[in-house]
Structure formats: structure tokens, C-alpha cells
Design a protein around this ligand. Sequence first.
Ligand SMILES: [Zn+2]
Length: 68
Amino acid sequence: MGYAPSKCPVCGSYKWMKVDKSKKGFSVGKAAAGGVLLGPVGLLGGALGKKTVTYYCPDCHFEHEYKG
Ligand SMILES: [Zn+2]
């Protein structure tokens, strides 16, 4: 898994865009709880939990996760 390309790898469309799926990945609530319990280290751990971004192409409906 690498970083996202600037256009859709399937059809080459520049409408290819990042979509918000943060509910499953990085959890603000979890990070906040970590911050309360462990201070800055806990916050950092929460942020690094699962750092991925999902990109979606509206032209060919291809969707893929990349590193954030
Ligand atoms: Zn596409």
C-alpha cells in the first residue's frame, strides 16, 4: 500500500478524490481518551492508530485505501 496517485489509476480521471471514512479509521474519541489517560503520548498513539485515506473515482467507481 503506497500513497495515492494524483489521478484515478484505473481510468485516469482527475475527478479522483479523497473521501471521508474517518469513522472507521482514526477515532477522535479514542485519541481524546488516550490524551486524558496518557497525555501527549496517548494523543500521538491515537493519531497513528490507522492512518489511511480512501480515494474514490466518480467516473469508474474505483475505490482504494492509501497511506494518509
Ligand atoms: Zn476512474
